[in-house]
Design a protein around this ligand. Structure first.
Ligand SMILES: NC(=O)c1ccc[n+]([C@@H]2O[C@H](COP(=O)([O-])OP(=O)(O)OC[C@H]3O[C@@H](n4cnc5c(N)ncnc54)[C@H](O)[C@@H]3O)[C@@H](O)[C@H]2O)c1
Length: 669
């Protein structure tokens, strides 16, 4: 087959001649300069590491360029190797190669780096400020070459963006095994990431960045809608009671930008503070937030009016969130629901902007006076928590949105410590909302991508998924009816809500039965030629894939939430049950060293193999986590695993016994 220009470049790998330098493109959103962390000797090591991808006669020229990048950006991205072709998910048949599975992975990688999808596309960062697909452009090029050339009896091994190589395996083995940021536990502090990433030996894969499973803002709109909707259900008696309720939060970035949209869907007034004008204006121009206000007094006035008139409106405040909490207290504006989605998983490198500095001053200080900046972040967190506390004393329901707000605030000495055995004053959104209502029943962020790239295929898959859920709901137990109803409503409105950015992707929350039935119906439709191949996956933020004591597993109360066995079992189990690729990461969402999370991708091609794999793997992928949640004595999970055992006789899970409080209280004095 003759290759077109795109395909030729894709199989090229490391180009024979050094490409010319690329100018710094100001029209693209760039990662902040990373802090200077390497010693002189370590800089030499970073250069040696980078140059090992190239033949020695090119070293002189490249060494100078790479050192310049290291000094300018704090990392070696190898910008000159960024390809010339447009970066986006193409229809699967446009990729070169012998394996449909490999082509599906190339499609997903390109989607994660699409300029419309990725946060800092030139630095290969998909989201969250540091969620990398690769560390540099040569790793991208080499990986694509491997994927374009291999056979289905090989497995590609990825070390934090570096393709270690192809190893002989077998047809039903994963085609790619990905690890990101896996560290010896004692070397997993935030500065270890700075150092080892600058050396070029590890990367922060976030959750779906380094695992090629990001689907743009849709995933987050759905998760945030489910969360805000259920949070509102906690504070309002009925639909009418929701009217005029006020939700205050922060962040209009990659994920946080979904909050105002979710607020509108839930029917509340929302105020979202954002310090970065670019982020606020982007969300406003996309229609995700209705109004932008830059003056605090004007904000108060506007919110009072919205309350009086019981409007459903989303307002962005261009400034620091601490100011909003303080001002609303001063003005007696009652906040019903509160949270925060600043990027506190990354507090020292641009995730959290301290009150009192302008956005520019903060950016300058974090690069040039990092210690002073850290002190200001901690002061700001103390002030932030104090202002929130004043509101909660008056009845505000505040929850931590999995961004490590309570964790970092407590580390800063803020008044957020809990009583009665609770670590913090406030629950995390998993403890109160997603854990008991979704994860314990197996409901989680199932997603798929139509690899043909056709919108008609996505529409057909939406219809198929909706039909499956409606059929299931007729016999669903009352415990999960609300989740089923929310997701049927979501999928019905999905086309109209125009949620696709990048690949033709869809997300919904489904339990194990729902995921298997939807996937099997897709596979059947592919076999009949009604739709093209489909890539299945999920967010790592799910029932089983993630051990994260302050987030996904924060509603595990038997002491095991600080273990990471479940995430490891999950990825191992997926790998021998037919996943097309698997990944396991350190870091993601709440921070480096704070979480272990994993996921998978699976190509459905209509075959009998795909049908067998999807049943086997999805069943494990969900029930593994329910079994663990059941063992932690979570009642909804006990209910769910018993139900799963009734359906599948080969599933036999150890159930916990409950101890009477008296038995313990009487002997432990
Ligand atoms: N949306 C979800 O479902 C979800 C789930 C779990 C965790 N999270 C967490 O939420 C956080 C946000 O994610 P993201 O992708 O939006 O990150 P992001 O970095 O793209 O956005 C955060 C935004 O907060 C702004 N900001 C920082 N400090 C501020 C301050 N003091 N006042 C006002 N604005 C401030 C930043 O300018 C930035 O635009 C992350 O820690 C993420 O892990 C989100």
């Amino acid at each position: 087959m003759t290759l077109n220009e795109f395909q030729r470049q894709l199989v090229e790998g490391v180009p024979e001649n050094i490409p010319s330098k690329k100018s710094f493109d100001l029209s693209v959103n760039h990662a902040p300069k990373r802090k200077e962390i390497l010693t002189r000797e370590e800089k030499k090591l970073a250069l040696r590491n980078a140059l090992r991808y190239f033949p020695s006669h090119q070293h002189d020229e490249l060494a100078e360029d790479f050192l310049n990048e290291l000094n300018t950006y704090g990392r070696i991205y190898m910008h000159r190797y960024r390809p010339e072709y447009k970066m986006h998910a193409r229809p699967i048949h446009e990729y070169p190669g012998k394996s449909e599975q490999a082509k599906a992975i190339m499609l997903m990688i390109q989607n994660n780096l699409d300029y419309a999808v990725a946060q800092h596309p030139h630095e290969l960062i998909t989201y969250g400020g540091n969620g990398a697909v690769f560390q540099n452009w040569i790793q991208y090029r080499l990986t694509m070459k491997y994927l374009a050339e291999w056979s289905e009896e090989q497995t590609l091994v990825m070390y934090s963006g570096h393709p270690m190589g192809l190893f002989p395996s077998h047809k039903n083995a994963p085609r790619v095994v990905v690890t990101n940021g896996m560290m010896i536990p004692n070397y997993s502090k935030p500065d270890d990431w700075e150092k080892f990433n600058a050396l070029g030996v590890t990367q922060y894969g976030q959750m779906t960045a380094g695992s090629y499973m990001y689907i743009g803002p849709q995933g987050i709109v759905h998760g945030t809608t489910i969360t805000v909707l259920n949070a509102v259900r906690r504070i309002a008696k009925n639909r009418e009671d929701i009217q005029g309720k006020l939700f205050v939060t922060a962040g209009l970035g990659g994920m946080s930008g979904a909050q105002p949209k979710a607020g509108n869907i839930a029917g509340v007034i929302s105020v979202t503070a954002e310090v970065n004008p670019k982020a606020a204006h982007t969300r406003h121009s996309q229609g995700w937030v209705d109004e932008i206000i830059t003056d605090l007094s004007e904000l108060s006035k506007r919110v009072k009016k919205a309350k009086e008139q019981k409007e459903i409106v989303s307002i962005a405040y261009l400034g620091n969130v601490v100011e909003v909490w303080e001002k609303f207290h001063e003005e007696g504006v009652h906040v019903d629901l509160g949270s925060d989605q600043t990027s506190l998983h990354n507090p020292w490198a641009g995730g959290y902007y301290p009150v009192g500095l302008t956005f520019e001053e903060a950016n300058e200080m974090m690069a040039n006076q990092p210690e002073k900046f850290n002190t200001l972040v901690q002061e700001s967190l103390r002030r932030h928590a104090a202002a929130v506390n004043k509101h909660t004393e008056k009845g505000t329901y505040f929850f931590d949105y999995g961004n490590a707000f309570l964790l970092e605030a407590s580390r800063a000495g803020a008044d957020v410590k809990g009583t009665d055995g609770n670590e913090f004053k406030y629950p995390s959104y998993i403890q109160d909302i997603l854990g008991p209502m979704c994860f314990d029943y197996g409901f989680g962020p199932f997603r798929w991508v139509c690899a043909s790239g056709k919108t008609e295929d996505l529409q057909k898959t939406d219809e198929i998924a909706c039909q499956v859920l409606e059929d299931m709901m007729k016999n669903s137990p009352v415990e999960i009816q609300q989740q089923m109803a929310d997701n049927i409503q979501w999928i019905k409105g999905a086309q109209e809500n125009k949620l696709v950015v990048g690949s033709q992707a869809r997300i919904l929350y489904a339990d194990a039965e729902g995921r298997m039935k939807i996937a099997a119906a897709f596979n059947q439709a592919i076999r009949k030629g009604e739709i093209g191949p489909v890539v299945l996956g999920r967010d790592h933020h799910d029932v089983s894939g993630t051990d994260s004591p302050y987030r996904e597993t924060s509603n595990i109360y038997d002491g095991s939430r600080f273990t990471a066995d479940m995430a490891i079992h999950n990825v191992i189990g997926d790998s021998f049950r037919g996943a097309t690729w698997v990944s396991i990461h350190n870091g993601g969402g709440v921070g480096w060293g704070e979480v272990i999370n994993g996921g998978f991708g699976m190509l459905l091609d209509g075959s009998e193999d795909a049908n067998r794999n999807l049943h086997m793997m999805l069943h494990w992928d969900v029930n593994n986590g329910i079994a663990r949640r059941n063992w932690a004595r979570n009642e909804n999970a006990i209910f769910a695993i018993k139900r799963a055992m009734e359906v599948e006789p080969k599933l036999c899970v150890t159930l916990p016994n409950f101890v009477e409080d008296e038995t313990i209280e009487n002997i432990v004095k």
